[in-house]
Design a protein around this ligand. Sequence first.
Ligand code: FAD
Ligand code: MLT
Ligand code: ZN
Length: 470
Amino acid sequence: MDTVAAADIVARLKSVVGPKGVVETADAEPYFEERRGRYRGAAMVVLRPASTDEVAKLVAICAEARLPIYPQGGNTGLSGGAVAAKNGALINLGRMNRIRALDALNFTITAEAGCILAELQRAAEAADRLFPLSLGAEGSCQIGGNLSTNAGGINVLRYGNTRELALGLEVVLPDGRVWNGLRGLRKSNTGYDLKQLFIGAEGTLGIITAATLKLFPRPREIETALLGLKRVEDVMELFARARTASGDQLTGFELIPRIGIDNVLEHGEGFREPLAAKHPWYALLEISSSRTGAQLRQALEELLEAAMAADLVQDGIIAESEAQRRELWRIRAALAEQQDKLGGSIKHDVSVPISRVAEFIVKACKAVSERLPGIRPYPFGHVGDGNIHFNLTQPPGADKAVYLKRWAEFNRIVHDIVVSLGGSISAEHGIGLVRRDELAHYAQPLELETMRRVKAALDPGGIMNPGKVL
Ligand code: FAD
Ligand code: MLT
Ligand code: ZN
């Protein structure tokens, strides 16, 4: 495209959104930053539309001009999916942040894509309902981004991934037409379930502009415990016991390694050793019920007593107040936030069947340590969903840049083990740019072919978030 044509298209795009919807070059930097600093974005123009109609008009102009479109939500993604390139238009949904409707009897909420996740949670709470999606970035990620990455987080065990929470979507297709699929139905078998295509598509098939989502009764009783254990096998045995003993009321079950506690104590603010002694592994678990008088405390105490008698759990605390509960979850959040303080960190976001989590961690730790003695595995996360953030911290004193050059090499070692155990190379963060080559390596040829056919059918011009996922 020559400069005159490009300037003409940019002018047309800007006129659709008006001055409030145009981000000036001087203010564009935050839209180009990538969370983990592995990529740097750019764009011909950064636009912030205020309505579905404006998004549709923008996309129609881009489609006609074959101009790449890069959708962006809160830009908190961890796979490089929202990184734009200088040949295209970055469309950020942040101004489309209205709650359109809340139907308490139907247990649904309809929100625009740019609605911040924490705002959505608050709107549900105000109506005595729960929107259960919860993750460390909830203060800045947007529901459109959550849907596009099929985000997971800390309550998946009980309520499912974002996919399970979505009942209907409104989407601007790559030709600029609007598909209104905003249904609030639990049951509807009317042909292909189109919304599923856009969930987890990372912006490659269209722009989600609104969604109707499931709500749940708000929990009235919550019990949270942090427990110290000797072996990762014990953690997983405890998980099975906790699911059963709680009457299947387990909402979260997270793994914390000792290296994570050490790191939080050293680099975080206001933390203290959580238990009397140090333990190789910790489990943070939470059970909840929407009923008062559910006697969760008693169930938890009985579970712990039995687990300690069986030498499964060495020590533990149960939160005595909401403040103490928050403090326990603060350790978990800091664990993720502070992970890079120890130096270069090679990331993995993998899942295996829950029954193979311990085996995976033991095998993968051994394999990476054999390849690079002194490497520090930092495995943590949502093991109740079989999801491990198997991150690898550089050996102490190693050159960070030299270490990070070995990213692909360690990915291959870890992902080979994951796949041999029937697992997935991306449990919740998505493919984006960071795992695109790994997807090409591990996906079945027929899977890749089918994905490419879906992409070509919906986006024949290849303008939607090009270069991502496939
Ligand atoms: P962005 O980062 O802006 O975009 C992500 C992808 O979605 C991109 O491909 C983008 O093109 C596309 N996209 C965004 N909006 C739209 C739209 N409206 N239509 C079409 N495509 C769109 N993730 C988890 O799953 N679980 C966790 O526990 C978790 N914890 C995190 C903790 C921290 C501290 C941080 C920083 C991130 C965490 N994440 C987690 C990752 C991230 O928050 C999620 O992936 C989140 O869903 C991204 O939302 P976003 O609005 O920031 O999307
Ligand atoms: C988390 O669970 O904390 C995030 O998904 C992981 C991360 O930040 O690596
Ligand atoms: Zn996570």
